[in-house]
Design a protein around this ligand. Structure first.
Ligand SMILES: Nc1ncnc2c1ncn2[C@@H]1O[C@H](COP(=O)(O)OP(=O)(O)OP(=O)(O)O)[C@@H](O)[C@H]1O
Length: 250
């Protein structure tokens, strides 16, 4: 007789365990994160908000393995990053993490197509052509692939950056104010696109933003204040997010 097996626990894409981060030393030391514990489930879209200086960038940098916590642990797909050496971290970031920045960070001399597959070329790996074609279609860049960034609008450049982030099928995409340099309506299009990658492909997405309307695209909004997660809201509306930010003094 076999007992009924318990369901396999869904592994978090990213998990932070009592993470602290101290910048600087001595009198100049700043505790940017103070005991942050959170699980970011696979296939979820999380927005991180908080007043200026609350620790959002530090959170993103620690969660993405760009920066090491002073104490505590960060797990990516269940693997503890604290024991991983610098070369291993670089490989993990390249293979398992996608980044989207406010300022697009494209290489100006390369075409959109070349920018999208650049991480593969740097890793000396062949891109999955069928997947890249699907990504290009989803982000709406068909017909624009031979243009250089200077020949593309801001929204199109951000689409290239998103395609580049998705091309390696990353475990997590981290986006830092991805609509910060775009006008309102282009920004909405980009957020809808990011949302669609979560809905269609179960892409895990973590986005830092100041904008309640942007955060309202997420499944969950985490609020940071003074280096701590002080609140979380599931599927909140814009007004609720804006209210919460006001009470945090933002
Ligand atoms: N490299 C650093 N050296 C010293 N202090 C730092 C460093 N990076 C960040 N800090 C400090 O840590 C705290 C958190 O900074 P962080 O950039 O994470 O906040 P933030 O919420 O992203 O802010 P903003 O919304 O203004 O970008 C701030 O007090 C900041 O001054």
């Amino acid at each position: 007789m076999h007992g009924i097996e318990s369901p396999v626990a869904v592994q978090a894409a990213v998990q932070l365990d009592e993470v602290t981060k101290r910048h600087g030393r001595g009198k100049a030391a700043v505790d940017a994160l103070r005991g942050v514990s959170v699980e970011l489930p696979s296939g979820s879209f999380t927005a991180v908000m908080g007043p200026s200086g609350s620790g959002k960038s530090t959170f993103l940098h620690c969660a993405a393995g760009l920066d090491r916590p002073t104490s505590g642990r960060v797990l990516l797909e269940g693997a503890d990053l604290s024991g991983v050496r610098e070369a291993g971290l670089t490989r993990l970031r390249r293979d398992r993490i996608g980044f989207v920045f406010q300022s697009f960070n494209l290489v100006p001399s390369l075409t959109a197509r070349q920018n999208i597959v650049l991480p593969h070329r740097l890793a000396r790996r062949r891109a999955d052509k069928a997947w890249v074609a699907e990504v290009v279609e989803r982000v709406g860049l068909t017909g624009r692939l031979d243009h250089r960034p200077g020949e593309l609008s801001g929204g199109q450049q951000q689409r290239v950056a998103i395609a580049r982030a998705l091309a390696a099928k990353p475990a997590v995409v981290f986006a830092d104010e991805p609509t910060g340099a775009l006008d309102l309506s282009t920004g909405r299009d980009i957020l809808a696109l990011l949302r669609a990658t979560v809905d269609a492909w179960r892409q895990t997405l973590v986005m830092v933003t100041h904008d309640p309307a942007a955060a309202a695209f997420a499944d969950r909004v985490l609020f940071l204040a003074d280096g701590r997660i002080v609140d979380a809201m599931d599927r909140p509306g814009v007004a609720d997010i804006a209210d919460r930010m006001t009470t945090l003094g933002a």
